[in-house]
Ligand binder design. Structure first.
Ligand SMILES: NC(=O)c1ccc[n+]([C@@H]2O[C@H](COP(=O)([O-])OP(=O)(O)OC[C@H]3O[C@@H](n4cnc5c(N)ncnc54)[C@H](OP(=O)(O)O)[C@@H]3O)[C@@H](O)[C@H]2O)c1
Length: 347
């Protein structure tokens, strides 16, 4: 349990931030509610009596320093992360506390590694970007599937989403990412991120039962193209998205998620199916659950819990698979995730 330690949540009143606040409380942590809008913070605090609020903009270092005083860690759920990740990592380093974010913006994830690896490493402070459904979960599954391998020829991460009702934050982050890459597409191939204008292929992916084969969009690059190669020697990392979910996301007027249960989860279900290949040998692991936003909360909070209790393998900027014991981490989420370990191992 969290033993009453304080964890700041930047963007606390956002859709994902609220899931994170609830998860922290459930696990015995005291969330500090941080964000740029005092009115929204006050409204959230009225629904969560007893919690402190701290108004701070990402571009106000002094306000961030005041807000992080007394915090044992910070979770950043405020996206687009192009504007928030850098300033919040800086503030965490000044405060000497670990930083975890849920960024699914490939460029922001790259920046966190590029700009902070040296300083966070030297300071011995854990900085874990993309510690959420996209980026973190895929990396934990890939690392688990790799087992004793440290290198592989290919990694495939297939997202079997039943639907995708995106939040405003998701849509804004997608727009910012697209602008940052000049409207081009990105994939991880030949051991590097490649920017291109090729049409994305539609193919069929054999998800495990009960989902079964689904039409997916290939090279639908998600944060896994940053997290996985950050610590594993794999020249090809390909991610796929069910065509139905991709169509929902790009619909002219996409609708936001609506809660269908007491936890606030939507009816969306997911399967993340991972296949790693080395020569003729393939290893597979899959995980299934409900609501990609809701599941991001136990992922981020479990990460903070492991960092604060010293259950880490490295420090500095690191992805989930690099810093945590991946199979053990996945087992710890059994209340939220059904992990098939392994589905198919040949060779
Ligand atoms: N990796 C993953 O799997 C994963 C999972 C969940 C969420 N995410 C990402 O997390 C972000 C938030 O998603 P969400 O679903 O919570 O969206 P949301 O409900 O729209 O909330 C966005 C939050 O970010 C805040 N924010 C945005 N820009 C800000 C800035 N410059 N300074 C301070 N606060 C700012 C918003 O505050 P205001 O209301 O004041 O604008 C709000 O609190 C998105 O980037 C999303 O892609 C990723």
């Amino acid at each position: 349990m969290g033993s009453g330690r304080n964890v700041a949540v930047f963007g606390a009143y956002g859709h994902t931030g609220r899931f994170v606040v609830a998860e922290l409380r459930e696990r015995g942590y005291v969330p500090l509610l941080l964000g740029r809008d005092q009115g929204k913070l006050t409204a959230l605090a009225q629904a969560q009596p007893g919690l402190e609020t701290w108004q701070a903009s990402a571009d106000d270092p002094a306000a961030l320093d005041r807000a992080l005083k007394g915090a044992d860690a910070v979770i950043n759920t405020a996206g687009p992360f192009a504007s928030t990740a850098g300033p919040l990592v800086e503030a965490a380093l000044r405060a000497g506390i670990p930083y975890v974010d849920v960024a699914a913006e490939i460029e922001a994830n790259v920046d966190t590694f590029a700009h902070f690896a040296e300083r966070a490493g030297a300071a011995g402070i854990a900085v874990v970007p993309a510690m959420a459904f996209y980026g973190g979960l895929g990396d934990l599954l890939v690392t688990t599937a790799m087992g004793d391998w440290t290198a592989a020829d290919e990694v495939h991460v297939a997202y079997g989403l039943s639907s995708w009702h995106p939040t405003a934050g998701t849509l804004a982050s997608g727009t910012v990412s697209s602008q940052r890459r000049g409207g081009r597409r990105v994939r991880y191939s030949g051991g590097q991120l490649q920017y291109h204008d090729d049409a994305l292929p539609t193919l069929e992916w054999p998800f495990p039962a009960p989902l079964g084969p689904q039409s997916v969009i290939g090279e639908f690059s998600m944060a896994d193209v940053v997290t996985v190669p950050s610590h594993l020697a794999v020249p090809e990392v390909r991610t796929y998205m069910t065509a139905k979910a991709a169509a929902d996301l790009f619909a002219p007027d996409p609708s936001a998620p609506t809660a269908v249960d007491e936890r606030g989860r939507s009816e969306q279900t997911f399967v993340v199916d991972v296949l790693v290949r080395s020569g003729d040998t393939e290893r597979r692991v899959a995980a299934a659950g409900q609501d990609i936003y809701a599941i991001s909360a136990p992922l981020a909070v479990e990460a903070v819990d492991r960092i604060l209790t010293g259950r880490t393998r490295t420090t500095g900027v690191a992805s989930a698979g690099a810093i945590f014991d991946a199979p053990d981490f996945l087992r710890a989420l059994s209340a939220h995730l059904t992990v098939h370990l392994p589905l198919d191992m040949r060779g």
